[in-house]
Design a protein around this ligand. Structure first.
Ligand SMILES: [Zn+2]
Length: 244
């Protein structure tokens, strides 16, 4: 039996350590996985910054004391450890749980968009509702129905067997003028921003060229088909591309 299956078994047994995780814990685990993915340090403040972007329907407190309280609980539950500089690390159990949660969340996103045809801007919020309610059986069925996908609709990797981990993605701000790129991922959190990107076809898989990158003006101009789109550098760094 692999480790992922073991975690799901622990949910069903009455063990004080390996019990069903709360919705809050699941959200925190996803946030930690995301920070690791972006090579950012996990600290109470980086977590807080991310948690503030989550839908209000998730009912997560957005103050530092709420975050530190949550981190205490997760330490008690053996999901995380902290070093002397207050940097947070997932334990082996935490890593497996975070990976599982990320898979569930991104599969839910793909299912909502591809099968239920939920608009891209609403996918993030709806996927948060679905991810916490999915049993292993439902997750497996969705995975099979979608033919074991390795990307969600935003181009984010769905952890699983189909991923080789060798992608050379980088933020749009690291691109070079007049070069061609393929968009690899966009941030799913903000509905208005997702809608803007969707309308302008700034979507994973689409080809773009860089018309202008001006640090002084703080903008990057990209061209998709025949349309040009201006993006502020602060938001351009959240869009990832790869070389063609
Ligand atoms: Zn959630």
């Amino acid at each position: 039996m692999n480790q992922q299956k073991q975690i799901r078994k622990w949910e069903n047994i009455n063990c004080p350590v390996h019990r069903k995780l709360s919705h809050n814990t699941e959200n925190y685990l996803y946030a930690m996985y995301l920070l690791n993915e972006k090579n950012e340090k996990i600290t109470a403040s980086t977590l807080l910054e991310y948690i503030k972007q989550l839908p209000s329907s998730e009912n997560l407190g957005t103050s530092l004391p709420t975050v530190t309280g949550m981190l205490k609980r997760m330490t008690r539950d053996h999901l995380i450890t902290k070093d002397k500089n207050n940097e947070i690390f997932l334990t082996e159990y935490g890593k497996i749980s975070a990976k599982e949660q990320t898979k569930r969340f991104r599969l839910a996103s793909k299912f909502l968009h591809e099968i239920l045809k939920i608009e891209l801007k609403d996918v993030f919020q709806e996927a948060h509702r679905l991810e916490h309610a999915m049993s292993q059986e439902v997750e497996n069925s969705i995975d099979k129905l979608l033919n074991y996908p390795n990307k969600d609709p935003f181009g984010q990797t769905i952890p699983g067997v189909n991923f080789n981990g060798n992608e050379q993605n980088f933020p749009l701000t690291k691109s070079i003028t007049n070069e061609l790129y393929i968009i690899s991922k966009i941030p799913p959190e903000n509905p208005e921003f997702v809608e803007f990107l969707n309308k302008n076809k700034v979507l994973p898989g689409n080809k773009i060229s860089i018309t202008e990158l001006s640090v002084t003006r703080g903008i990057i101009t990209i061209k998709i088909n025949k349309t040009t789109v201006d993006l502020g550098l602060n938001i351009a760094k959240t869009i990832w591309v790869k070389n063609i």
